[in-house]
Design a binder for this molecule. Structure first.
Ligand code: KG4
Ligand code: ZN
Length: 367
């Protein structure tokens, strides 16, 4: 492979229109156009609205990613004076799933059109592989303090991916060689955060708001059940619908009793955050015991939560295991740089799409 392999990555699996440019595993630009404002009033992502917004924004987001990358590439003398154009790109990467079919379609359509027009190789990437490998991105200024450089990685690793759509434990024998150990049987952890947010009437998306409210709450105020604790020895699966229901009844009772004041909401947020975190740690510890990894990779929107991250780190420190997270908060939630880094490793393995016309979205891809 060329010394400098320039990738344009596109991600439209849900409600963020994203494009990024990478040179190998180094991120030169990572543009995210969020649609949160459009979906807020519905309390969740509305697929047809997401599709239209992706259609409207994709062109400009890609242009911006190329423009920002140009500035850095010129500095490294890697492109001509006029900057980075699609002709200089070595490959185009796109998320094919899992995600919302209507949303995925827009990114895929665009990536296919560009690959054909500019005669570039196309790489399809699973959104979950992107989250898993997000810690392998390097920033443009050289150091990669929080993530892990591929040159230093020791395998096997264990990945814990916690997002709005997924909660998964993945055994990483090597890059490209994965085994899904367990996942949620019902709601994803992020989804539970969002649903609890709605129940408490605190806004959308619930995750970051709950984190903020929990800072002033007592995490032991309510004795909520820790999901899947009893079934610890049996499997690596997660479940969040039970805790969501427990909270629904509790909130309803408190409301009826006129006790749902600000402090109580903060206590509920803190108690909920605590048990969700405990459930993640339970399964992670179990998987560590059974699979003996050399380190942990964290990814997904819920990992943006400092409390969640801190507790996981603490638990893994006791096991003597390093915990890797991406170098920037922007890389936890959906973005195209994580798709780009996964694509870079796929390009090294020669995994390009043979028949571009036949490439289709895979909304139900499991990993
Ligand atoms: O990875 P992501 O951007 O999208 C999916 O692939 O689903 O994750 C979004 C999820 C949402 O459910 C959001 O509430 C949650 O991540 N999230 C958080 C925080 N920031 C985002 N959950 C808890 N605490 C946060 N700070
Ligand atoms: Zn995601």
């Amino acid at each position: 492979m060329k010394k400098h392999y320039i990738i344009l990555a596109i991600e439209t699996s849900l409600d963020e229109t994203c494009a990024a440019v990478l040179v190998n595993d180094r991120v030169l630009s990572n543009i995210i156009s969020s649609q949160v404002e459009l979906h807020k009033k519905y309390g969740g992502v509305v697929p047809i609205i997401a599709k239209r917004a992706h259609e409207e924004r994709i062109e400009a987001v890609i242009e911006e990613a190329l423009k920002r990358a140009s500035v850095l590439l010129k500095r490294f003398n890697l492109v001509r004076k006029q900057g980075l154009t699609l002709s200089e790109i070595n490959a185009i990467a796109v998320t094919v799933g899992p995600g919302q079919a209507l949303a995925l379609e827009i990114g895929i359509k665009k990536a296919k059109a560009l690959a054909k027009k500019y005669n570039k190789p196309l790489i399809s990437v699973s959104h979950m592989e992107g989250h898993l490998l997000s810690s392998f991105t390097k920033n443009s200024r050289g150091n990669n303090q929080r993530g892990i450089a591929i040159e230093q990685a020791q395998f096997p690793l264990l990945g814990l991916l916690v997002s709005g759509g997924h909660t998964q434990l993945v055994y990483v024998d090597n890059i490209g060689n994965y085994q899904l150990l367990g996942e949620t049987l019902d709601d994803a952890a992020g989804e539970a955060f969002d649903k609890v947010g709605r129940m408490l009437g605190i806004g959308y998306p619930g995750g970051p708001i709950i984190e903020r409210l929990a800072k002033d709450g007592d995490e032991f105020a309510f004795n909520l059940p820790v999901p899947m604790r009893k079934r610890q020895d049996e499997n690596f699966d997660f479940s969040y619908s039970g805790i969501k229901t427990a909270l629904l009844y509790l909130t309803r009772d408190l409301k009826e009793q006129g006790k749902l004041d600000k402090q109580t909401i903060q206590n509920l947020a803190a108690s909920f955050q605590r048990v969700v975190t405990l459930s993640l740690i339970d399964k992670l510890e179990l998987a560590v015991q059974k699979t003996h990894p050399k380190g942990i990779l964290l990814g997904g929107g819920v990992i943006a939560n400092q409390y969640v991250r801190g507790k996981i780190r603490q638990a893994m420190r006791q096991q003597g295991l390093p915990v890797y997270i991406p170098y920037s908060k922007k890389l936890f939630t959906d973005n195209a740089a994580m798709i780009g880094v996964a694509a870079y490793f796929k390009a090294q393995r020669g995994e390009f799409i043979r028949d571009i016309d036949a490439l289709d979205r895979m909304p139900n891809l499991s990993f």
